[in-house]
Design a protein around this ligand. Sequence first.
Ligand code: 9MG
Length: 263
Amino acid sequence: MGILNVTPDSFSDGGRHIVVDDALRHAERMLAEGAAIIDVGGESTRPGSQSIPAQQELDRVAPVVERLVRELDALVSVDTSSPEVMRETAALGAGMFNDVRALQCEGALQAAARSGLPICVMHMQGEPSDMQQAPHYAEPIEEAVVRFLAERIAACEAAGIRRERLILDPGFGFGKTVEHNLRLLRRMQHLEALGLPLLVGMSRKSMIGKVLERPVEERLPGGLALAALAVERGARILRVHDVGPSVDAVNMTWAVLQEGLEP
Ligand code: 9MG
């Protein structure tokens, strides 16, 4: 899954106008490098960021989603928590939703249910604006994540979303210290008990920066190591910035894992 952030700090003309052509070229490159899904997001969920009105988010993502579907025939995931954005982008041909708030916003469960699309539900403690202010858990992190995701699966099923439409994400970096993130990755097999595909996003995240003391533009080697470990521990979709190197890392890891299954 290639990341396509359409926020003013990514593809803008220097003002507040998103340059759709630039975003499309970037998506095209990620597809050529082997991405199967393009994840389009119009609201930053970085630590400390504030949420934005649904209309502003829609103004950013809708033109990009529409052209990705029409011109590149891409499988487009929309990174959103907003029911309005879900409804509108589903009508434009989006193929799945990626909700870091796990369909907890008012109306999101119903909008997702009505769309009939697959949905990634992620664990997050708190909100992006405050989630990294001294994160703390009363139980081991992997147990907290499994319990939360099991509750969200039940809420989805109660709203008419069949289990088979769900993808789960432990939410690395979302209300977690570096120690929580490392422990969660090491013990990610615990999530396999939920019996659904796992998606993970660790690309360029601060856990790499903190362990290796690298700025964001020097985190690729650390990210590839994490990608390989995640695949080995059951991840089936990786949300990444650097698609080409990640595809190689995944294919290499997979070749070793498959060899291990041969008689
Ligand atoms: C939007 N976004 C940023 N980081 C993410 C992650 O780790 N997982 C998912 N599903 N979405 C993310």
